[in-house]
Design a protein around this ligand. Sequence first.
Ligand code: ATP
Ligand code: MG
Length: 331
Amino acid sequence: MMGNKILEVKDLEVKFPVRSKLLASKEEKFKIVIEKVSFSIMEGETFGVVGETGSGKSTIAKTLVGINYPSAGEIYLMGRKINFNKKSDLIFLRRNVGIIFQDPVGSLNPKLRIFDIILEGLNFEEKYTKEEKRDKVYAVAKKVGLNESKLFSYPSELSGGEKQRVSLARAIISPKKILILDEPTSSLDVSIQAQILNLLQNLKEELNLTYIFITHDFNVIKYMCDRLGVLYYGRMLEISEVKDAYENPLHPYTKDLMNANITIEGNSGFESETELGEPARNGCIYLNSCRFKMDICNRDPPMIELNSRLVKCWLYDKSQKEDYIKVKGSN
Ligand SMILES: Nc1ncnc2c1ncn2[C@@H]1O[C@H](COP(=O)(O)OP(=O)(O)OP(=O)(O)O)[C@@H](O)[C@H]1O
Ligand SMILES: [Mg+2]
């Protein structure tokens, strides 16, 4: 069941310092990795985020749990504006938003036993006794289908699927509103992937969670997601219902992605993309690869609303269309 807006991201910008001396001219001390990204998440939905490697998916995820800080823009969680310089706001964020990282090996401390790793999820909860905490670890292990006998193993002794169950247990041991799943199954065998996806579906129902699901895999999107945000070099180019994105993609980039996916057999990723140009420095970011480009595209398009979908492309701007036709006609 979908409800109210639970998370709102407005004009988010995230930048990182450029370390290389070669790249850092006077004005380029920072690399903007996320630029003016806006989206809203409704309570109870699974919002997919798709994009090529390096497009900024994990950067957005980490910002939403306060690991990265925004350099501009606003984030509202359940109506509360998050001030990233305020400790109480960061705790509010981390209490309510959990994350499963894409690499279960790197995100589990190899020196800790599984029991203690899961316990890390209670870091912000001081109100429980030792016994209560232990009971919670056992209960959540059961919930994610992790055998009790594994609780005193080390991460290196677990399979990939078991490790992702541990990450999940750590994330939900204290109740969460939103769970961000950053390619939670991309490192797993296909048969194990299905188990984890089913587990995630069941937990979502049981715990009334809202998901942000980051993935490369179109099959996973179809199976898991309600709406889809398409990210390209740090810009959100389209936000649509998954069905619409497949059947009638709006943005030329989404169209190209869907075509690549459909025509290249057995490949559900983006690695098959071969003819894409460089991202444009000025104007629309997709300018150099776009089959539909127009003169106006030398200006960065706004996010345009179209039948409750959002698309960052001049093709859908009514006021520009006449100009475009005029320009075309005069040539
Ligand atoms: N802490 C950091 N410092 C500097 N640059 C960073 C940092 N984190 C990410 N980046 C850069 O930001 C860009 C986006 O990275 P990000 O990890 O968000 O991409 P992604 O979409 O998750 O890719 P993948 O699909 O490979 O996981 C990349 O160019 C990356 O090098
Ligand atoms: Mg990533």
